[in-house]
Design a protein around this ligand. Structure first.
Ligand SMILES: [Zn+2]
Length: 165
């Protein structure tokens, strides 16, 4: 897939990335079935080619940093592909949290697309601290210029959160 990031408005982004958004949601279901929180992510290089995938692993690894987006970045690093990350694109099943968004800023990504918005999936998560800062807020508070798109219409992004999925 070849992506001209500069010409991607929200609608164009959604159409272009729809198969990858669905893949991220599928990964979220895989994470859920193995006992983790239902989040998945697909990391693309600046040309739109898949670099790595990530699944939430917080429960099964005991690593509180094992969010899907950071796992995708780590998997790219493990594969020796860190050099292809800058300018890349993160496709996430759920809106990236402030920790992950900061990581994506540090990684130099150009675009973030998320399927489900934070207010929509938070009710499904276990009790814990919450941030009022949204993904776009964190990006806006940085000097980075990252296009943030989401939620994605027409994708059942909350399916992995529902019991029995
Ligand atoms: Zn996160």
């Amino acid at each position: 897939m070849d992506v001209d990031v500069a010409e991607s408005d929200h609608t164009g982004t959604v159409l272009r990335f729809r198969p990858l958004v669905l893949r991220a949601v599928e990964l979220a279901g895989t994470a859920r079935r193995r006992g983790d929180h239902p989040f998945g992510a697909v990391l693309l290089d600046p040309h739109g080619e898949v670099l790595a995938e990530g699944l939430n692993g917080v429960v099964t690894t005991g690593d509180l940093r094992a969010h899907a987006e950071l796992e995708a970045l780590e998997n790219a690093r493990r594969a020796g592909r860190s050099g292809q990350v800058a300018g890349g694109i993160m496709i996430a099943s759920g809106e990236p949290c402030p920790m992950c968004t900061a990581g994506l800023v540090w990684a130099g990504l150009s675009q973030i697309v998320f399927a489900a918005a934070t207010p929509n999936f938070v009710p499904y998560l276990p009790d814990g601290p919450r941030f009022r800062l949204r993904c776009a807020d964190v990006v806006a508070a940085s000097t980075a210029e990252i296009v943030v798109s989401g939620p994605v219409d027409g994708v059942d992004a909350l399916a992995p959160f529902r019991p029995g999925h």
